[in-house]
Design a protein. Structure first.
Length: 367
């Protein structure tokens, strides 16, 4: 009886749905590898699963685990961005552009203006909030769908970013200057965390800060009047309006906060010095889009996004270790299949709920 009651719990159903999608995604990824190169498929999928454990030395394991955590922080922020807007019934596909704008502003401030890390991060946050606010205003007062405005802004911001960061790129390459040597004051503080990961220079403030933001988003959405109004607006805007809630304000504020989270995510990656921006890139960063399956895998739970973003980053970093047995294109396909299946968590949860309800109905008929 207790087991049946446990299965009726929404949290348990969400967890089971997420785990089922992860297993199914890994299985289909393995099938893809079998079709391309059967001989090395088993070893390759194990490499993805093992990630940092493929290294024999504990010191190397800790260092590469640190790299996974560094990549998790911005992905977590982007998933929180998607989730926050989704709670108000909005699909913020513009998170990719807001993340991109955050990259532009924080790197230009760090490399061009020589600012320290805190104002660089705040500028990235404000840049993302500005783009989110534009989509929110267009949605509220011009009835422009946020998906349309988000997609348009994504491409506009991409080329603006390339133009701006060309002024701070290396003379002999399309990449921006190295942050750690150009302006060390703009690098996020280590807080001594790097020592725990074999002196990994990239591990630092970004990880605990992303965790704190996930908790704050959960707190705002679950424990405040403002969060209740946002969710009520998401359920039914007309009902919220007639209950005295400012539905237009809620839409704008939700997209402003959503954009700020994505912009901050960019700062949490690029201000570590882990990556340099390629000024000749012709595609919007995938980090913002990857936040979508993370939010779905977590069933739109802010705390769940911590574990979902860790899993996606874990898979992505582990997939890179499949070279040279598989080409980079093949690796991208396999990782995309796994991430794509992760987005079916809500569908899987519906199947589990239906199965549990059906079992309950049969029991009632038997009695």
């Amino acid at each position: 009886m207790k087991e049946r009651n446990l299965l009726k719990n929404n949290g348990v159903q969400s967890l089971l749905a997420s785990l089922a999608c992860i297993v199914l995604g890994l299985f289909l990824g393995y099938v893809v590898l079998l079709l391309i190169n059967p001989a090395g498929a088993g070893e390759a999928i194990l490499t993805v699963i093992k990630n940092f454990l493929t290294y024999n030395k504990p010191a190397s394991q800790m260092k590469y685990l640190g790299n996974t955590l560094v990549k998790t922080a911005p992905l977590l922020m982007c998933s929180l961005s998607i989730l926050f807007a989704y709670k108000v019934g909005l699909f913020n596909i513009g998170a990719a552009g807001q993340y991109c704008f955050g990259v532009a502003l924080c790197l230009y401030a760090a490399l061009g203006l020589k600012w320290s890390w805190l104002p660089c991060m705040l500028l990235a946050l404000l840049g993302g909030a500005l783009l989110g606010g534009i989509s929110g205003l267009l949605k509220s007062y011009c009835n422009v769908n946020e998906v349309i405005s988000g997609i348009m802004l994504n491409w506009i911001v991409l080329y603006l970013t390339n133009m701006l960061l060309t002024t701070v790129k290396e003379a002999t390459s399309p990449y921006t200057m190295v942050l750690t040597t150009t302006n060390p004051s703009a690098v996020l503080p280590s807080l001594g965390l790097g020592k725990l990961f074999n002196n990994n220079q990239y591990v630092g403030l970004s990880i605990p800060l992303a965790l704190i933001m996930a908790f704050l988003v959960w707190l705002v959405l679950s424990k405040t009047k403002f969060g209740y109004e946002l969710k009520a607006t998401g359920f039914n805007k007309n009902a919220a309006k007639y209950c005295g809630m400012a539905e237009k304000r809620n839409v704008i504020l939700s997209l402003v906060i959503s954009g700020a989270l994505a912009g901050m995510g960019a700062a949490l990656l690029y201000l570590t010095g882990y990556e340099q921006w390629q000024c000749s890139t012709s595609s919007v960063p995938g980090m913002g889009f990857n936040g979508i399956p993370v939010a779905l895998l977590a069933s739109s739970n802010p705390i769940g996004t911590i574990f979902a973003s860790l899993f996606i980053s874990y898979i992505q970093v582990g997939g890179a270790a499949m070279q040279p047995a598989y080409s980079s294109e093949t690796i991208d396909i396999v990782i995309a299949v796994i991430i794509y299946l992760a987005a079916f968590a809500l569908l899987m949860r519906g199947i589990i709920t239906k199965a549990v309800s059906g079992h309950k109905g049969k029991e009632g008929a038997a009695k």
